[in-house]
Design a protein around this ligand. Structure first.
Ligand SMILES: *Cc1c(COP(=O)(O)O)cnc(C)c1O
Length: 420
């Protein structure tokens, strides 16, 4: 079920007009789809204690998208200073923000503490000494190590650079208590694009065991557990969607049992990105060249600067061709124009026969699409559009220009002569 059927139905009749007006390439996001699936998420988790979603800003760092998240009542999961600044610029404050950095610098801690602060999520035990201003509420990212296996995209926990290892976790909270912290949460993130809900249930079980362990040794209670992101979406036509209802139901049962054993219940947080916006975006490109080399090529007017996932992870993105009913099918590589042979959106893909100026829809680019784009080879990032609920189409980020690319040469030069 790549890209929601409803989004396709909304997009198809207007796409040519949008292309004529704005020009390709662009990512377009479906406000209706984002809101509907987010409302469904909230409804599904309504009975799961204190449920809150902290949208992973890195998935779709666009101010208009973040405003939608805020209207939905979601918080923001940030992991860099620009992400903090973006979230705060639309009014997020204090516990609306979870700051989950890795290999954190002093500068990042300082910004995290200013402007109303945030929930600080520490990624290593050694960081406790380095935090300049300790907030009242602190959280650690837990890494279970050999107790769990991860998946291809994020790797096994033992290989991962993230989080506090199991043998250090009690000590980490003890040290935080010594620094005067009184409120605690526990966080983890050990999978990516996971389609099996049972893996996430195991994660809830794991977090509950860890807070029981810590509580039994230190006598503290936990305000929340945060299961991280990593919930998958069906990129391939025959992928089975993640069973959100079963995940909610079984998480609730686990928390209920915890409550009966221990006498209180922590709130349940998640910080999904992909599951919230992934299926509600598409990259729209035009065919620039049809080429027959040792393989058949469909060259398009976007490249890895617009969408990196296929080249980076060999990720599958479904592709359809606008108005291509009844055309014969051929097998092609869909390529960009970067000087990297892996700059391909699809390899050996059966597609309806296309020619120059055909419009291709590259599906499911609503998360980790635009966001990962880069400027290698002087390739510029595309514009972003929003198909609004009221059926208007709005430019929500302009495309990069050569002037943007050259902006980093616009500075006062400085020269030193080392040793002299
Ligand atoms: C990337 C990331 C997320 C979001 O991941 P999705 O796969 O988009 O759900 C959440 N939390 C942290 C700490 C992350 O790094």
């Amino acid at each position: 079920m790549p890209m929601s059927h409803a989004f396709e139905q909304r997009l198809h009749p207007i796409l040519l007009e949008v292309v004529r007006e704005f020009g390709t390439p662009f990512h377009i996001y479906d406000e209706e789809g984002i809101i509907n699936s987010s409302e469904l998420l909230k409804e599904t988790f309504r009975d799961v204690y204190g449920f809150k979603e902290y949208f992973a800003v890195k998935a779709t760092p666009n101010l208009e998208i973040l405003k939608i998240m805020q209207r939905l009542g979601f918080g923001f999961d940030c992991s860099s200073v620009p992400e903090l600044i973006m979230s705060r610029s639309i009014g997020a404050i204090g516990e609306d923000i979870m700051f989950t950095s890795n290999n954190t610098t002093l500068e990042e801690f300082k910004v995290a503490a200013t402007d109303g602060g945030c929930i600080l999520n520490l990624d290593d035990i050694t960081l406790i000494e380095k935090v300049p201003v300790f907030p009242e509420l602190i959280c650690f990212r837990y890494n279970p190590g050999p107790k769990r296996t991860g998946n291809r995209m994020i790797g096994d926990p033992v290989e991962s650079k993230y989080g506090v290892r199991h043998e250090q976790i009690v000590e980490a909270y003890r040290q935080a208590m010594e620094r005067g912290v009184e409120s605690f949460g526990l966080h983890t993130m050990i999978c990516s694009n996971q389609l099996d809900y049972r893996y996430m249930v195991e994660t809830v079980k794991m977090l509950i065991e860890v807070i029981e362990l810590i509580s039994s040794q230190l006598g503290i209670t936990f305000q929340f557990i945060n299961v991280g992101g990593g919930i998958g979406i069906p990129y391939k036509p025959d992928d089975r969607p993640f069973n959100m209802a079963a995940f909610a139901e079984e998480s609730k049962d686990l928390l209920e049992q915890f409550k009966q054993r221990v006498g209180y219940v922590p709130r349940f947080y998640m910080e999904s990105g992909r599951a919230i916006t992934g299926p509600h975006g598409a990259l729209i490109v035009s065919v620039t060249n049809r080429m027959s080399k040792y393989r058949e090529y469909v060259g398009v007017d976007a490249c890895m600067s617009s969408l990196m996932r296929p080249a980076l992870y060999g990720a599958y993105h479904h592709i359809t061709v606008l108005d291509s009913k009844n055309r014969p099918v051929e097998t092609v590589d869909v390529s960009g124009s970067l000087c990297e042979n892996n700059d391909k959106f699809a390899i050996g893909r059966p597609l309806p026969k296309v020619g120059e100026d055909d419009i291709l829809l590259i599906h499911d680019t609503g998360a980790h699409g635009y966001a990962m784009g880069f400027n290698y080879n002087g390739r510029l990032r595309p514009k972003e559009l929003l198909l609004c609920r009221d059926k208007k189409v709005k430019l929500i980020r302009r495309e990069e220009t050569v002037a943007d690319y050259l902006k980093t040469f616009d500075f006062e030069s400085r020269v030193i002569r080392p040793g002299g």
